[in-house]
Design a protein around this ligand. Structure first.
Ligand code: FAD
Ligand code: SIN
Length: 523
């Protein structure tokens, strides 16, 4: 028995939930989420959401900052769309109940982050993502047209390929009819049919050893679309956040928001010396690619495991009022942020590329949309400007929703879709086969495809990946489907795309830095 919905939403972060709320008055909606509705990357966003609100900020300045961070690879027409439509989407978030901090005069309290020429980041203390997630979750739970399926893991999109049809060479004709999903509570695979499907599965930080992303971020949506022969692009641009808290025992790494640097905190070496002036005139507030590379360089030159972020010169009450979450976390580790320097390291944080979509969030597969971190709209180019991703997610979810609503009345469900076929499979005997391959994958990516790359490292990464790819595909063919095995398979697919696209880029640009080609910034 299959389930049927007009609109299927895979993922429950800011992209999935804001899209669901917009389409819900036009048909039945199903949101599937692989753990709980609220466990997303969105929930952990700290700094906030960038948007032009007041003078002296202007649309032109936000546009210029985004283009400059993107190092010549942003699509200017997309940057214009996001920056111009952003303020309207902020109003929508406020109307859905999101509270952004205000000054005593009633105006938004705007923060500054790396690469921004103005204070323009709306925030809720230092846990903006939690505030957004909770307000949107409350709204979707209240909507009578929305069915929420938690602990449902999307395995593969249903397209002609999945049904065994060979439509090689006719990419425009691929259609999506819904998804096969694993109900984690009873281990049954269900067919969910939909007239339109929206992929909002977020990022893939867990393919690296050190990441700020929660465990759900394994690139599932990207891998599903890749296997369905949809277009994926710009995967070589992996953003490492410069300042994750150095605490080797902890995974994911706790983020120390860039807004703390915007507030005046300064990066220093283990000897307490400032170093960012050697790399960029914006010093600690240069764009992320520059700061992460500078930290990496300083750590390697000194043989240090971390650098320091120093906020001890800032006024204590003000500091702790603005960053209560960070102050609390640090004090648990014996670090008082007003008295002690905070040890920080770069960590994998965000994937700039993804499922290639057009201006309406539509992918290369018919009836399949994507927005949020899983999508590649062309906004970020070679490096994302801080706090532009939550903004991109709401703007493109809105556009995709409008487009999907327009076509919904003319679409039908696909009939005759077979149930998932797992004949001839059995439970894998040893979990170690999966966990060990994931660890190896994370080592390969961190050691060879990290902040600094080279042709040799990329080649080595691909050779090693090939081995675990074969082993995992072999296991997948023989095994009943499990969450862990599917996630590993997806992570390997995503790693493959990153290495392949990184190997093709014969230059150093933005986040793709290789010692084989000199780095030259393009405005
Ligand atoms: P997510 O919020 O990651 O949601 C993904 C959803 O997809 C989840 O519900 C997950 O369960 C579901 N899912 C995934 N795979 C499957 C599957 N196979 N089946 C079913 N469900 C699935 N950006 C900013 O702009 N400003 C910030 O201040 C900021 N701070 C950040 C701080 C941290 C610590 C992190 C990790 C990121 C931060 N980012 C920030 C980036 C930003 O949070 C994310 O890019 C954004 O939240 C992504 O939203 P999303 O809706 O695309 O995906
Ligand atoms: C941060 O708060 O530093 C994260 C902002 C972002 O990833 O955009």
């Amino acid at each position: 028995m299959s389930k049927r919905f007009d609109f299927l939403v895979v993922g429950s972060g800011i992209a999935g939930l804001s899209y669901a709320l917009k389409v819900a008055d036009h048909g039945s909606v199903c949101i599937i989420s692989k753990t709980s509705l609220d466990e997303t990357n969105t929930r952990y966003a700290q700094g906030g959401i960038a948007a032009v609100t007041y003078q002296p900020d202007t649309i032109e300045k936000h546009l210029a900052d985004t283009l400059s961070a993107g190092d010549g690879l942003c699509k200017p027409e997309i940057v214009e769309i996001v920056v111009k439509e952003g303020p309207g989407q902020i109003t929508e978030l406020v109307n859905w109940g999101t509270l952004f901090d205000k000054q005593p005069n009633g105006l938004f309290d705007l923060a500054k982050e790396g690469g921004h020429s103005e204070h323009r980041v709306l925030h809720h203390k230092d846990n903006t993502g939690y505030e957004i997630q909770m307000s949107l979750s409350k709204k979707v739970r209240e909507h009578k047209n929305i069915t929420i399926l938690e602990k449902y893991f999307g395995i593969d999109l249903i397209t002609q390929h999945q049904l065994g049809e060979d439509i090689q060479g006719k990419q425009d004709d691929i259609e999506c009819y819904g998804i096969y999903a694993l109900n984690i509570r009873n281990n049954q695979i269900e067919t969910i049919l939909a007239k339109t499907t929206f992929i909002a599965t977020g990022g893939a930080g867990n393919i690296y050893q050190t990441t700020t992303n929660p465990p759900i971020a394994t690139g599932d949506g990207l891998a599903m679309v890749y296997r369905a022969k949809g277009e994926i692009e710009n995967m070589e641009f992996i953003q490492f956040h410069p300042t994750a808290l150095y605490n080797p025992k902890e995974r994911p790494s706790f983020l120390i928001t860039e807004a703390l640097r915007g507030f005046g905190a300064i990066l220093k070496t283990s000897q307490g010396k400032e170093f960012m002036h050697k790399y960029d005139k914006r010093e600690s507030l240069a764009p992320r690619d520059i700061v992460a590379r500078a930290i990496d360089h300083e750590m390697k030159a000194r043989g240090d495991d971390f650098v320091y972020l120093d906020a001890t010169h800032l006024e204590e009450k003000n500091l702790k009022e603005h960053f209560p979450n960070i102050a609390k976390k640090c004090i648990e580790l014996g670090i008082d942020i007003s008295k002690d320097r905070i040890p920080v390291v770069p960590a994998a944080h965000y994937i700039c590329g993804g499922i290639k979509v057009d201006t309406e969030g539509h992918s290369s597969i018919a009836h399949l949309y994507s927005a949020g971190e899983s999508a590649s709209t062309g906004l970020h180019g070679a490096n994302r400007l801080a706090s532009n991703s939550l903004l991109e997610a709401v703007v493109f979810s809105d556009r995709a929703a409008k487009d999907a609503i327009k076509s919904i009345s003319s679409l039908e469900f696909m009939e005759g879709i077979p149930d998932w076929d797992d004949e001839g499979t059995s439970h894998p005997e040893e979990m170690i086969l999966i966990t060990q391959n994931l660890k190896e994958l994370q080592q390969i990516m961190s050691n060879y495809v990290g902040i600094v790359r080279s042709n040799l490292r990329l080649k080595r990464a691909m050779d090693r990946l090939e081995i675990i790819y074969r082993e995992t595909e072999d296991l997948y063919k023989k095994s009943t489907v499990s969450l862990q095995l599917c996630e590993l398979r997806n992570a390997i697919n995503v790693a493959y795309l990153i290495i392949k696209m990184a190997s093709k880029r014969k230059e150093s640009r933005g986040l793709h830095y290789t010692i084989d080609y000199p780095w030259k910034h393009i405005e």
